[in-house]
Design a protein around this ligand. Structure first.
Ligand code: ADP
Ligand code: GLC
Length: 477
């Protein structure tokens, strides 16, 4: 049994902005079910939703600051959660990284440097709990300083750093090396320095014993300039230590047979009941109720990564096709504005919900026929797996985890029951619209469509296999 400290900046259902939270909510659970002694550490933001059972664990003094550690558990699991309580940094409304207007917190470097130092102290049992980690598993740049700081310790735990997204690196002006009081020996080109900036993510990429990312395809892509953002050389250099492990999904939370959010539950044996969800959604979003029309859906952060510009380009042509389009998302104000303008033009064909809505995400996933995910890059992506589980056929671009989890419908794959979606390659609106047309054609052939739905619903996206791969990795460091 290994003692694992899982360091993350968000975890569902405590707090979530994206897929990192889903992974941090479910991977530690899966590891604890494999009999590992795992604890999760994250900041105690104001919006953290615990189920009320929180106790004071200890306090420690770090960098002239008095920090408390609070202890709770992940709901419905044995996983212990340590909340780093430092109100001056974390007790604010808004999300973990930005204020309510979407601007990055001005003191993010200080906030996450403190978080990293506290994680190091906990991993080394400087908080006297009789629990010293064997493995410290870090996630994304917010935890990047942990492997760097641990590398300077004698008798330290082994470190793993998981890249969920290379586009976010935690870059700060070099003056922070002094103001954060970071050890000078970490400041050089083969250390935390990146183009004369302080790079938090490099702390993970340079100093962790093993690097993982969330799909095998993305593990290859990030070793190329198009996806590595200048760090492709470092990643290629560390390729022996780098592995892609595909994310799983929480099979209990995302299960159409038990989902409490949806109008009518259904499964492979009762697939016709999926229709009732479509009608309920059409009513809810005041679209014309029509069981025949395919509903195309998109649920996403509205950022460049997700190919929203391509969707915007395609929308006028999509609106000439026999379909309805439903979008739930929040993000860049420019995308939000342009989407709003289009939604006003097509009130009978398009329903736009701006904001973050967990319940509606489930409702839409169950109700839609087709799920759109034309990402420019996608380290793993979870929605294409959720939709397959719900018999909602995804249209995805062949990149990262999308390439690894969706099998394109061709005569061959349809015949051998492996087709579960529509995959296109080029990142252009032309290629996307062709893929959408292809999905319309397939949808009109009920027999093939039903077969694809059933094959998609039966795919195994559970955490089991991936958690075992992480365990293997821990054991072989
Ligand atoms: P990323 O982490 O890049 O945003 P993922 O596909 O890994 O992408 O995970 C996104 C997660 O966030 C999914 O669980 C998705 O359902 C959820 N999500 C994204 N936007 C919204 C929204 N506006 N409302 C509700 N859930 C959302
Ligand atoms: C990131 C990626 C997404 C991935 C998620 C969880 O947010 O953008 O592709 O699924 O992390 O690993």
């Amino acid at each position: 049994m290994k003692k694992i400290l899982f360091v993350t900046s968000e975890a569902h259902p405590l707090i979530k902005t994206g897929g990192l939270a889903d992974v941090s909510g479910s991977l530690p659970k899966a590891l604890s079910e494999l009999s590992q002694d795992i604890r999760l550490i994250m900041p105690n933001y104001r919006s953290v939703k615990t189920n009320g059972h929180v106790r004071f664990l200890c306090s420690l003094r770090i960098d002239n600051r008095d920090v408390n550690i609070l202890e709770t558990r992940m709901p419905d699991s044995q996983v212990i959660v340590w909340l780093v309580d430092y109100p001056e940094f974390f007790n604010y409304p808004g999300n973990p990284y930005t204020d309510e207007l979407g601007n990055a917190w001005a003191n993010n470097a200080e906030r996450f440097a403190l978080f990293c130092r506290v994680a190091v102290a906990c991993a080394m049992d400087r908080i006297n709990q009789g629990w010293k980690a064997d493995i410290v598993h870090c996630n994304d740049w917010q935890s990047g300083l942990v492997p760097a700081l641990l590398s300077l310790e004698a008798d330290r735990p082994a470190t793993v750093f998981t890249i969920h997204n290379m586009a976010y690196q935690g870059l700060f002006p070099p003056s922070h090396i002094m103001s954060l009081n970071l050890p000078g020996q970490l400041w050089h080109q083969d250390g935390l320095e990146f183009n004369n900036m302080l790079s938090f993510i490099k702390g993970g990429l340079v100093y962790a014993d093993r690097i993982t990312t969330v799909s095998p395809t993305y593990a290859l892509e990030i070793q190329t300039p198009a996806f590595g953002y200048g760090l492709e050389g470092l990643l290629a250099y560390r390729r022996e230590a780098l592995v892609g492990i595909i994310n799983g999904i929480d099979m209990d939370q995302w299960n159409p047979e038990t989902d409490a959010y949806i109008a009518k539950r259904y499964g492979v044996a009762s697939l016709t009941d999926k229709q009732a969800n479509k009608e309920a959604l059409q009513q809810q979003l005041t679209l014309p109720v029509n069981a025949e029309l395919p509903v195309v859906a998109l649920i996403s952060r509205l950022v460049e990564q997700k190919g929203i510009d391509m969707v915007l380009d395609c929308l006028p042509e999509m609106m000439t096709m026999p379909m309805q389009f439903v979008l739930l998302g929040a993000g860049d104000k420019d995308y939000e504005q342009r989407l709003q303008n289009l939604a006003r033009l097509y009130p009978d064909k398009m329903a736009l919900t701006l904001g973050y809505d967990e319940a509606l995400a489930h409702t839409i996933t169950a109700a839609a026929d087709i799920f759109l995910m034309p990402s420019r890059f996608e380290p793993c992506g979870l929605n294409q797996m959720y939709s397959q589980r719900y018999g909602t056929i995804p249209i995805v671009r062949k990149t990262g985890g999308l390439a690894d989890t969706v099998i394109d419908a061709t005569p061959q794959t349809i015949a051998d029951n492996t087709a579960t979606g529509i995959v296109f390659t080029e990142a252009s609106s032309g290629a996307l619209i062709e893929a959408i047309k292809r999905s319309m054609l397939l949808y009109s052939n009920r027999k093939i469509w039903n077969k694809m739905q059933i094959d998609a619903m039966q795919k195994d996206f559970s955490w089991q296999r991936s958690a075992e791969q992480y365990l293997d990795l821990y054991e072989n460091i």
